[in-house]
Every structure is written in C-alpha cells, then in structure tokens.
Design a protein around this ligand. Structure first.
Ligand SMILES: *Cc1c(COP(=O)(O)O)cnc(C)c1O
Length: 531
C-alpha cells in the first residue's frame, strides 16, 4: 500500500474541496474502473409534475397577456378580472394529467385555504412570467399561505402553525443561512464571544462561515456518534440548559449522519427551553421528509426556533435555488430586539429608518429581507417571482394529496433506502432500520470495518500507520470511487460519507464491494508486516 498517498496540500482543504481533488484522481483510476462519485448530495432524480405545471402557467400567461397587446413578440399584461375562469377554460383536465393537477390544486386553494381564485391565478401566472418585482418584497401573499401549509403538512408532525408563521423565500437554503447569520449579527442577537451550540457531525459550511469566525463564537458541540447510531443523547442536549449558551444550530435530520431527532430528543429540547428560555434555535430541515414520522424542532418550540427549508433535495431542484426561512409571528427574536440596550436600539434605528418610519416595530423577518439587500435596496428585495411560484407548485403537488399518502415522497424515500440497503449488503454491515434514519447518507467507519471484517490488531495497524485521508485517496486513485471525508463534518477519524442520492441504484453494491476490496489490499500488506 502506498504510504503517504495523501498529498500534503489536501490536508488544509474543506471536505468539499478535497472531494473535488479526488474526482480528478478517480477519473484516471489505476484499475480502469468506471468512475463513481458518491461524494455529493445532489439528487439524481427530479419532480416532473410541478415543472410541467410551471410550463402550463407560462403558456396560459402568454395567451392571456396577448389580450392587451399583441405586436411582433410583444404582449401586454394579464388582467385580473375573470382570469381564474379563463385559466380553467384553457386547461384540459380530461386529456392532460398536468392540467388535472392544476384544476385540483386550484380547487384545494379555494376550498381548503379560502383563497380568492382571480387573485391567486394572477399571482401564479404573473409570478411565473416574471413581469413585476416581487410585491410585497418579502413574499407574495398567496404564496406565503400555500408555503405555510406545505411546511405544516410535511414537517410539523401534526402541530398547527401555518396561520402563525411568517415566511421569507430565499435563494436556496444556502442564502437562508447566510441571511440569518448576517441579520443575527447586525441586530446584536449574536455577539462576539457568545456560546453557540451545534449538533455534530454537521454540514461543514456551518463550521466555516468567516463572519461567524470573526465573532470568536465559542462552539459547544452536542456530539452524536456511531455507537449511538448518530442519535443525540439526553446528556448532550442537557448542555443547553446553561443560559450562557445563546444559540443552537442544527441540521435535522443531520448531514452527514442522516439522523432525525427522536421523539425523546424533541421532548428534551422542550424541557431545555424551560431552563434556557432565551435560547435561539436555527433548524435546517432540508432532509425532513426523508425520515419516517418526522417532526421539526420548530413544531415543538416554535417561539424559539427559526426554520430553514429547501426544495433542493426532495424535488431535485438544486439549480433553481429554492429555499425559505420560517419564523413564528410571536417569537423570542422580536422579543429580544425590544430588550436590547438603548444605544444598540438607536444604532438599529439609524440602520432601518431609511425604509420605515417606525424602525423599532420592524419585525426580525422583515429585517432579514432588508438586510439581504443591504437595507437600502429593500424595495427590490425578495426571491424572484418565478422561483417563488416554483416553490408553490412543488408544495401544491404535496398538498393536493390531502389525507392520502404522497406517492412522490414515498418514491424518494424508497429510492435512497434501496441504495442504502444495497451498500450495506455489499459491505456486510447491519443496516439501521430505525425510523429516524433518513438514509440520505451513510457514514462508514473504515477502522470499525477493519476490526469487524478482520481483527483489532489490523485496526490498530491502520490507525497507527495511515492518515485518515489515505483510504479515501486510494479509493479514488486505485478504484475510481469518490466518497467524502466525514472528518471534515466533525465525524470521527476514518469515517467516510456516502451519498445515496447521486448515483444510479446499481452502483451502490459496487461501491460497497470496492471498499471491501481496498480494505483487503491493506490487510494483505499488513499481513506481510507480520513475518
Ligand atoms: C443540501 C443541503 C441544503 C440545501 O441547500 P440549497 O442551498 O437549498 O441547495 C441545506 N442544508 C443542508 C444541510 C444540506 O445538506
């Protein structure tokens, strides 16, 4: 085995950058294997229904716009009066499955959400065409109601919060996180030296945001580990009862552990809030729908929690950049703004008085929208309207199921689960079938595998002689398989993250076999050292 296979410069890079370097190695791998990249979380499936429905909105919108101006390639605006009726006349639900969905979606919005048909259709159609700035800038009106229902149905596990929640759609979960951290900072809700808790292992960017690093935040890690199936224990959650811990950032279900907070962990969180009532929680629930019977922390302690969601993974929509921030109308963030010292309040008056006569009444969620455009450009802030409408259409595909199971959700869950089973079968590792396992990623510990497949001495040999990246680099260079270093996410030494999202299903068994094959080669080298 090539000792020191790890190029020196790799050790300084983040997990994503290491993975990129490894791609280059894997493409010209020594065994001439087909190159398999299971490093990234980008799904290799898409939702078709909402996308086709989007097209229908555009087609109808153009037709309706031609009623006011029709010259060369120029059309005018759609007209509010009678637009819902014209749209229904345009649709052909008997012949076209997508039109049938749109008719059903409109009837859902009318009957269940009590939305006004003309206003709703105009918002959808103009939004899809994109002929106006987002107005209101934070979120379109009907859009907010529909997105609220989606979040409630998909993530709250029965808690009814749709009518109490405000939404700010953003350019993916990525922008949501950036906006949140910036606004918490500008508004003095997070201060230099504050203690911030995170559940580890976690999506690396959370550990690397320089704006946060400048703040010299003290990180308190709530660890979960392999022995505990990456579940977070009550003892770890109990660390949060210390009131000097100001905020908790979580990814739930976690990335890379792919583990949802269990019911008992949620109960612990609820108890903690009675001991540390000012604890600010940010929960990123992008993988929520992949876990069985999921319930967001937002549903349990809504006043303390900001929810981040993204349509990227479930709907295969990373290129669209579709995310959102949700925050309860009555929340501790607004309450804490009112309690800031007078000097800080005056400073914030100056910051926001260019956009409102009553800066002290500006809620945190509006500050997020304003800050996202450096305050001054608040009036042209907001997610592009086609993006907002795409979020609405994805949401409606789920909402129209009413009490029925959403076959699309099940298909996505089953797909990652099948790949997970194949991988574990090839690796001869017991799969974890607990409902909290979202199965979007697997974490495989090479040292653990070495011990269970061979023995503890071999494990010690590996640990003592090889850098933790060695196996990963060899797997790319020799076998052409690219995985991600779990270490970079704060998982233990020798842990590899395998994404069940981005390769054809038949490849997962192969990946498992390649891992065992390479481990076998290390073992053969090890045996030579014994003589
Ligand atoms: C993939 C992922 C997202 C989605 O981010 P987008 O910017 O919406 O694509 C958010 N959070 C975590 C933890 C993720 O892994």
């Amino acid at each position: 085995m090539t000792k020191g296979a790890v190029p020196e410069q790799l050790t300084h890079l983040g997990a994503f950058e290491i993975s990129f370097e490894m791609l280059k190695l894997a493409q010209k791998n020594q065994k001439n294997n087909i190159f398999l990249n299971a490093g990234r979380g980008n799904p290799n499936w898409i939702n078709t229904k909402a996308r086709l429905a989007f097209n229908r909105l555009v087609e109808f919108g153009i037709k309706d716009s031609l009623r006011t101006i029709n010259e060369h390639d120029m059309a005018g605006y759609t007209q509010l009066r009678g637009i819902a009726q014209r749209f229904e006349a345009f649709l052909d639900p008997e012949e076209n499955r997508i039109d049938e969905f749109l008719v059903d979606a409109l009837s859902y919005c009318r009957l269940e959400l009590h939305l006004t048909p003309d206003a709703l259709v105009k918002e959808l159609v103009d939004g899809a065409i994109g002929n106006n700035y987002p107005v209101p800038s934070r979120v379109l009106s009907n859009t907010e109601i529909i997105l609220n229902r989606y979040l409630e149905k998909a993530l709250y596990g029965g808690a009814q919060l749709a009518n109490h929640t405000q939404i700010f759609p953003t350019e993916g979960g990525t922008a949501a996180i950036v906006y949140l951290f910036n606004s918490l900072k500008y508004n003095h809700l997070i201060k230099p030296g504050d203690k911030i808790a995170i559940n580890t292992p976690i999506f690396t960017p959370y550990l690397q945001i320089p704006e946060l690093q400048e703040y010299d935040l003290v990180e308190v890690l709530l660890n979960s580990d392999e022995k505990n199936h990456w579940n977070i224990s009550a003892d770890e959650i109990d660390k949060l009862s210390d009131p000097s811990i100001k905020a908790l950032f979580i990814v739930n279900p976690s990335n890379p552990g792919s583990r949802a907070f269990s019911l008992s962990a949620l109960t612990e969180i609820e108890k903690i809030i009675t001991k540390n009532p000012a604890l600010m929680i940010i929960t990123d629930d992008v993988y929520g729908t992949f876990a069985k019977d999921f319930q967001s922390v937002y549903a349990v302690v809504p006043r303390n929690t900001i929810l981040v969601y993204s349509f990227s993974k479930l709907y295969g929509a990373t290129g669209w950049r579709l995310g959102l921030i949700a925050l309860r109308k009555d929340n501790i963030f607004d309450a804490m703004l009112k309690k800031l010292p007078e000097t800080e309040r005056q400073e914030l008056d100056t910051r926001y008085e260019i956009i409102t006569k009553h800066p002290r009444k500006l809620p945190f969620i509006e500050r997020l929208a304003a800050d996202s455009r450096s305050v001054g450009l608040y009036h042209t802030s907001g997610l592009s309207t086609p993006q907002q409408i795409m979020e609405v259409l994805f949401s409606l595909t789920h909402l129209v199921m009413r009490d029925r199971e959403d076959a699309y959700f099940t298909a996505c869950e089953n797909l990652v689960a099948l790949r997970y089973e194949d991988l574990h079968q090839a690796l001869k590792i017991q799969p974890d079938e607990s409902p909290e396992n979202a199965k979007y990623y697997s974490l495989i510990n090479i040292y653990h595998l070495a011990e269970t497949r061979y023995d503890a001495d071999f494990r010690h040999y590996l640990e003592a002689n090889f850098d933790h990246l060695d196996f990963l680099v060899n797997l790319a260079q020799k076998n052409g398989v690219v995985l991600m270093d779990g270490m970079g996410f704060g998982a233990g030494d020798g842990t590899l993250r395998i994404s069940q999202a981005n390769l054809p299903t038949e490849d997962y068994y192969l990946i498992g076999k390649q891992i065992l094959e390479l481990l076998g080669e290390y073992h053969a080298d090890y045996q030579k050292t014994l003589h």
